[in-house]
Design a protein around this ligand. Structure first.
Ligand code: SF4
Length: 246
């Protein structure tokens, strides 16, 4: 059986990240298998059977772990060295209703460390979500496709999630957000030939950075070879592009 990643803890690491150096992870979804609006083919938390997947999808926002518990766990890591604090973990963090409160309390405790949000972008079209995440230092928003067919193949979204809402949400975030916007694109053999279309959208948005990633971890470890991934940088005009092979 292939190894999958499990997030049992609310705070984990620090872990080495190719994008953010030493990163302390905050899993505000708590001890769950996965709670997400997608079921990406390359998800490190899967794979799950079709029957199992139904129970792991979520579209309504909720409080999964009380803020005071998250903060008391966070304080246990204050003696460790880390460069950034990253909200990520067992699914999609914007599904968490107390995300704003948790981010604010952590910022009050350590004002000088950048706080980063990794999001799959599915809920960015909601005003309340963009408001809740407006005080992060960096938002790293995923986009693996710009058309419904590639979106379904790569991200296997919950039925109510539509690609036009994802594109709208990222555009609105770019207009409103005062921090840095990074765009992450996971590239596989499936969406490799779709990258030109994705780049047209991303070039229009003009994010602060673009991260071209490829699945290097189990259970779907099918990375593109370095030359193939690096050759895609040419599609992004005058923008800062990074890959794990740089
Ligand atoms: S968005 Fe992230 S957590 Fe959700 S299914 Fe995709 S890879 Fe997994």
């Amino acid at each position: 059986m292939k190894e999958v990643r499990e997030f049992r803890d609310i705070v984990y690491g620090p872990v080495d990240s190719w994008r953010y150096k030493k990163s302390l992870g905050i899993n505000i979804l708590g001890n769950v298998k996965r709670i997400c609006t997608y079921s990406c083919i390359y998800c490190e938390l899967g794979p799950f059977s079709i029957k199992e997947q139904k129970n792991l999808y979520k579209f309504e926002r909720d409080v999964f772990v009380q803020t005071n518990l998250i903060i008391s766990e966070f304080k246990k890591f204050l003696d460790k060295y880390f460069d950034v604090i990253t909200f990520s973990g067992a699914g999609e963090p914007t599904l968490v209703k107390n995300i704003k409160e948790v981010q604010k309390e952590i910022k009050n405790i350590i004002p000088d460390k950048p706080i980063i949000l990794l999001t799959n972008s599915s809920l960015l079209y909601l005003n309340e979500v963009r408001k809740d995440i407006s005080n992060f230092d960096i938002i790293d928003a995923k986009i693996d496709a710009v058309s419904e067919d590639f979106f379904k193949k790569m991200n296997r979204p919950f039925e109510f999630v539509k690609i036009e809402n994802i594109l709208y949400g990222i555009k609105k975030l770019k207009e409103e957000f005062k921090g840095k916007l990074h765009i992450q694109i996971m590239i596989t053999d499936i969406n490799y030939n779709h990258i030109e279309k994705i780049s047209e959208f991303v070039n229009e948005i003009k994010p602060d950075e673009i991260h071209l990633n490829t699945p290097t971890r189990e259970p779907w470890k099918k990375p593109l070879p370095p030359q193939k991934l690096l050759s895609l940088k040419k599609y992004f005009k005058d923008l800062k592009v990074r890959t794990p092979y740089d």
